[in-house]
Design a protein around this ligand. Structure first.
Ligand code: HEM
Length: 224
């Protein structure tokens, strides 16, 4: 009986830890993606050259496969843990009591913001990765004009607004997810956990503000 209980507990703790690791890896991806996208502010050549260099190495296929595996693991585990927790405590009490992490707007909406981000990522890849192919020559090399595509997509008010809402979902999700991942990995300290919570909020605001600034900038490019 006890061994059975320990087995279940261990596996659920392992699942939480794996969710924490994959969540933190996705947080790292968000920062690199954001920094790369900031080249839109530098200009078309800088952004197109960056995208070209990134996608013209065969290693990109490995990177994409790893990224996909991380996304799928994170979402699959999140779905499983949410269902398991709901079944164990149908009154929605698990978030506060079982984890001791307090119930905030961000923590109680994690499954919903997560689903929203999942839908966003699929549409996002369809729009940009598999969207229209324009060509441009930079430094004598022919490459995809992703800058044109991005600016063109953000000429629509609805599209731009939809993106800003999606970025708010991302911001709310990581404002809880970032520090919560450390807790899942066993880091819990009376002095440093409050600092981590502030860092989480700063990170979330930077991700939201940084990503939201891009559609706004591209939209305004067309208005001028
Ligand atoms: C305004 C914000 C954003 C802009 C302008 C943007 C732009 C782009 C562009 C242009 C691509 C295609 C790159 C290529 O094919 O070479 C791309 C790919 C991608 N983006 Fe974003 N992105 C934004 C926000 C996000 C966010 C918030 C996430 C995650 C939650 C995300 C996840 C991805 C993923 C997973 C890919 C596919 C990467 C690959 O397969 O190599 N993006 N993005």
């Amino acid at each position: 009986m006890l061994s059975q209980f320990l087995k279940v507990m261990t596996s659920s703790i392992m699942k939480k830890q794996l969710m924490g690791v994959t969540g933190l890896l996705l947080c790292g991806f968000l920062i690199t993606h954001l920094l790369g996208n900031f080249l839109i502010f530098v200009g078309p050549d800088a952004f197109n050259l960056y995208a070209y260099k990134l996608t013209s190495t065969p290693l990109i296929y490995v990177a994409e496969a790893v990224l996909l595996a991380i996304f799928l693991t994170h979402m699959g585990l999140a779905a499983r843990l949410t269902i398991e927790n709901k079944m164990a405590r149908p009154v929605g009490y698990y978030m506060t009591q079982a984890t001791g992490r307090g119930l905030t707007f961000a923590s109680s909406t994690m499954p919903w913001t997560g689903i929203g981000i999942g839908v966003f990522v699929v549409l996002h890849i369809l729009h940009f990765k598999f969207g229209a192919h324009y060509d441009v020559v930079v430094d004598g090399v022919e490459m995809r004009d992703l800058y044109k595509l991005v600016v063109e997509e953000f000429q629509s008010k609805a599209f731009t607004f939809g993106y800003i809402v999606a970025m708010a979902f991302v911001g709310v999700h990581v404002s809880h997810g970032f520090w919560s991942a450390f807790q899942s990995l066993g880091f819990n300290h009376p002095k440093y956990t409050p600092i981590l919570k502030v860092a989480s909020l700063v990170y979330a605001l930077a991700v939201f503000g940084g990503f939201a600034s891009l559609p706004i900038y591209c939209f305004l490019q067309g208005v001028q």
